[in-house]
Design a protein around this ligand. Structure first.
Ligand code: AP5
Length: 216
């Protein structure tokens, strides 16, 4: 199964991709996570990407495409994957389509997370993450066992630089301008499956599972 999770920042793509990936035994490929790992690793790509990420702007297409295509070559992707946060521009979608034609593989569906913007602000401003990349929680909706600390490495949780309110607004504007047009791109290819993403996590998981079962 090869899926794309498309939606605005905070719509729950990462949370749901992680759970579905575990139940289908396929990896969640998050360009946000790959970029943050590159930043932590101090590579040249990471240093370049950081300037855009901290400001809430999209990282240039060539850097992201290079990163995700390399990740998709790895063995664990042979049985499928969930692309979480990629593609995010028409240039990325076209590059992905070309790469898939070369590899003779196809996408099964694009799950589009539909949600109002005021809900996104609440979710993103309350998110707290592990500084060592072990996961993310929420001060109201998804508490770790010991509030304020990572469940895995017990480090104090922090707020992402781009979850500050003015940067959230920059990210939402980038979504509307660059990413939302992808809905039309994938609807024209009969791949778009919209799901309501503003309810409790378990209800959204069920919606996604029902959609995925219908694809089999
Ligand atoms: P990335 O890490 O992908 O961030 P994003 O798209 O802005 O997405 P988020 O992680 O903020 O939201 P999400 O939809 O995954 O929601 P989540 O499940 O975390 O990208 C970061 C940056 O990297 C970008 O701004 C850009 O600079 C760069 N980048 C990445 N990909 C790129 C690309 N392809 N091209 C160019 N640049 C790229 O949930 C959010 C919070 O809400 C969590 O706290 C969660 O616990 C909570 N929550 C989730 N579901 C629910 C629910 N149902 N009810 C209540 N709370 C919920």
């Amino acid at each position: 199964m090869r899926l794309i999770f498309l939606g605005p920042p905070g719509s729950g793509k990462g949370t749901q991709a992680k759970m579905l990936g575990e139940s289908l035994h396929i990896p969640q490929l998050s360009t946000g996570d790959l970029l943050r790992a590159a930043v932590r690793g101090g590579s040249e790509l990471g240093r370049e990407a950081r300037k855009f990420m901290d400001a809430g702007k999209l990282v240039p297409d060539d850097l992201v495409i290079q990163l995700i295509l390399a990740r998709m070559q790895q063995k664990d992707c042979e049985g499928g994957f969930i692309l979480d946060g990629f593609p995010r521009t028409l240039g990325q979608a076209e590059a992905l389509e070309k790469a898939f034609i070369v590899k003779r593989i196809t996408i099964d569906a694009v799950i589009s997370f539909e949600i109002e913007e005021h809900e996104l602000l609440v979710r993103l401003s309350g998110r707290r993450v592990c500084p060592n990349g072990h996961g993310e929680w929420h001060i109201r909706f998804h508490l770790p066992s010991n509030p304020g600390f990572c469940d895995v490495c017990h480090a104090p949780l922090v707020q992402r630089a781009d979850d500050e309110e003015s940067r959230i607004r920059v990210r939402l504007a980038a979504y509307r301008k660059d990413t939302e047009p992808l809905k039309k791109f994938y609807a024209e290819r009969k791949l778009l499956r919209p799901i309501p993403a503003d309810g409790p996590m378990a209800a959204i998981t069920q919606q996604i599972e029902t959609t995925v079962k219908q694809l089999r």
